[in-house]
Design a protein around this ligand. Structure first.
Ligand SMILES: *[C@@H]1O[C@H](CO)[C@@H](O)[C@H](O)[C@H]1NC(C)=O
Ligand SMILES: *[C@@H]1O[C@H](CO)[C@@H](O)[C@H](O)[C@H]1NC(C)=O
Ligand SMILES: *[C@@H]1O[C@H](CO)[C@@H](O)[C@H](O)[C@H]1NC(C)=O
Ligand SMILES: *[C@@H]1O[C@H](CO)[C@@H](O)[C@H](O)[C@H]1NC(C)=O
Ligand SMILES: *[C@@H]1O[C@H](CO)[C@@H](O)[C@H](O)[C@H]1NC(C)=O
Ligand SMILES: *[C@@H]1O[C@H](CO)[C@@H](O)[C@H](O)[C@H]1NC(C)=O
Ligand SMILES: *[C@@H]1O[C@H](CO)[C@@H](O)[C@H](O)[C@H]1NC(C)=O
Ligand SMILES: *[C@@H]1O[C@H](CO)[C@@H](O)[C@H](O)[C@H]1NC(C)=O
Length: 450
């Protein structure tokens, strides 16, 4: 179920003013000016700080998780540029949505929340800690503790009963997709575990990262022989058949986790995995080295998918920080993609609305939204990763306070049983939808027909 947002309608109807954003790689001034314009264009879709609105929600057509993803990109924006314009609304929304157990399980969302939805809020809290983003007041939950809350609640959902382990996509039995184990959920927890390990130095997180890797790679093959990351697999056949769809964001979060593991262990094994995951990312770039999502050529991306390139760009840049051997081969892809993305930012009535098809470099493709803005923002700021300081840890100046037992209040399986009927829209739509319409044969996705 997709609804179009009224406020955005004017953007669509407006005449196209060819103006665009010119950026020059390595020219921080041109880049910061473009970033400021694009961030402004993104936050225009957010009204959560206005009276009567809910902080941390974007509203239709955006699902709850994407607001967490957007806040993460704004935390990153601040980290890259130092511009504090959006810090207040980000902090307000991040704290509003923590839920009673401080683990991003707010009762308004839990009816339909998936592990991959929750993890994006955990990522945002983790980024805040890694960058020493201003801490919440001391009577509020703290960034690392929130990430630990997300980690702990997800680790408790490890399901050994089927497929010898792994996280299910969905948290609750009543959601379709409860029988599906996907890379977004398992790769997401892998990513968060490595970052918590790096921040806190607590070996338990690295042990979890190893366990998640082994399950994804060795047991079920969600990470393939050539380091491709596939969408997911169903418990119905003991996770033996896979949906082989590949998405930018899955590759990105696992790549970044592997890079952190290499940084922490300096082993040949993790170096090979990191390099391999990067090599396999070539799937997401055209010959012109421009990033492209698989649903783009047929204009079949749903609202969620329109934002995925943001996370590959984000995690590529973060990976160069911890695994510098990636830098030289990675940056040209970010440069080319960033320049192409900026050229798509000449749409809408404001003349600076970003489209999604970066490969279509001369004309705005007519699409608009939070995802398009976020992708352009992340890929353009990623080109300046070298100007940023390395992520901090508790030992290297990190000021965020952790709580190893955060989030263990026992939300897991029956806490938020729905009080009102679940609609078909809730079922199909609540979690990150990873279905490509192109794939007509995949029976795993029968529920989409609902
Ligand atoms: C940007 O600067 C880096 C480091 O000085 C240099 O290696 C690279 O070639 C430059 N890239 C472009 C596109 O100017
Ligand atoms: C909400 O945030 C936006 C962007 O920072 C700002 O322009 C606007 O004034 C804020 N609204 C309120 C009511 O504070
Ligand atoms: C939950 O929904 C209620 C009613 O719409 C709203 O007042 C409240 O702020 C929401 N809470 C969260 C955490 O989103
Ligand atoms: C189910 O899959 C897991 C993981 O691949 C494997 O370890 C286990 O042996 C399988 N069980 C059966 C009954 O085939
Ligand atoms: C990645 O690609 C490079 C260049 O083609 C190659 O030398 C290297 O062996 C590859 N690494 C892995 C792990 O596949
Ligand atoms: C590990 O990452 C840190 C930044 O977090 C970096 O300073 C350091 O050089 C990296 N280690 C190696 C061996 O590259
Ligand atoms: C723009 O598109 C043209 C034609 O497809 C191509 O030759 C050119 O290299 C592209 N420019 C960029 C910056 O991608
Ligand atoms: C390390 O993390 C684990 C898992 O959250 C926790 O149980 C343990 O108390 C932590 N250890 C320390 C020393 O913080």
């Amino acid at each position: 179920m997709r609804f179009f947002r009224h406020v955005a309608a004017s953007t669509l109807a407006a005449a196209h003013i060819a103006q665009g954003l010119d950026i020059t790689i390595n020219d921080t001034k041109s880049i910061d000016s473009a970033l400021s314009t694009i961030a402004y264009g993104m936050v225009k879709y957010y009204q959560g700080n206005e009276s009567g609105m809910i902080p941390g929600e974007l509203g239709d057509p955006y699902y709850w998780w994407e607001c967490g993803a957007m806040f993460n990109s704004l935390i990153n924006y601040w980290y890259y540029t130092g511009d504090t314009t959006y810090n207040d609304i980000v902090t307000q929304g991040m704290l509003w949505q923590v839920g009673p157990d401080n683990n991003y399980m707010p009762p308004n969302q839990t009816k339909a929340e998936g592990n991959d939805d929750q993890i994006f809020w955990g990522f945002a809290a983790m980024s805040a800690a890694e960058f020493n983003y201003p801490n919440p007041p001391s009577d509020e939950p703290q960034w690392v503790a929130l990430a630990q809350g997300v980690f702990n609640s997800q680790a408790a959902r490890w399901d050994s009963q089927y497929c010898a382990g792994g996280l299910r996509w969905q948290i609750f039995t009543w959601n379709n997709g409860y029988d599906y184990k996907n890379s977004a959920s398992n790769g997401g927890l892998f990513n968060l575990a490595t970052r918590l390990g790096a921040y806190t130095g607590n070996q338990t997180y690295f042990d979890w990262a190893e366990k998640l890797w082994d399950w994804m790679h060795d047991d079920v093959g969600l990470i393939g022989d050539d380091w491709q990351v596939f969408d997911g697999t169903s418990i119905d056949d003991n996770c033996t058949s896979l949906d082989h769809t590949r998405w930018t964001y899955n590759q990105g979060m696992i790549l970044n986790g592997a890079a952190i593991m290499w940084n922490q262990t300096n082993t040949r094994e993790w170096r090979e995995r990191t390099e391999g995951l990067w090599n396999a990312s070539s799937y997401f770039f055209t010959e012109e080295m421009i990033m492209r999502e698989i649903c783009e050529p047929t204009t079949n991306c749903n609202t969620d998918q329109l934002s995925f390139k943001a996370y590959l760009a984000r995690f590529m840049a973060a990976s160069t920080k911890v695994a510098p051997f990636l830098y030289d081969s990675m940056m040209p892809y970010l440069y080319k993609s960033a320049v192409a993305a900026a050229q798509q930012c000449d749409g809408g009535s404001d003349g600076v609305t970003c489209g999604m098809k970066w490969t279509q470099n001369t004309t705005w493709d007519g699409s608009y939204g939070v995802g398009q803005q976020m992708c352009a923002l992340e890929v353009i700021q990623a080109t300046t990763i070298q100007r940023t300081s390395a992520p901090v840890s508790a030992d290297t100046g990190g000021t965020s306070k952790g709580d190893p037992s955060a989030g263990t209040g026992g939300d897991t399986t029956d806490a938020a049983a729905p009080t009102d009927p679940i609609t078909a829209g809730d079922k199909a739509g609540a979690s990150i939808l990873t279905v490509v319409v192109l794939i007509g044969t995949c029976s795993l996705f029968y529920w989409l027909a609902v």
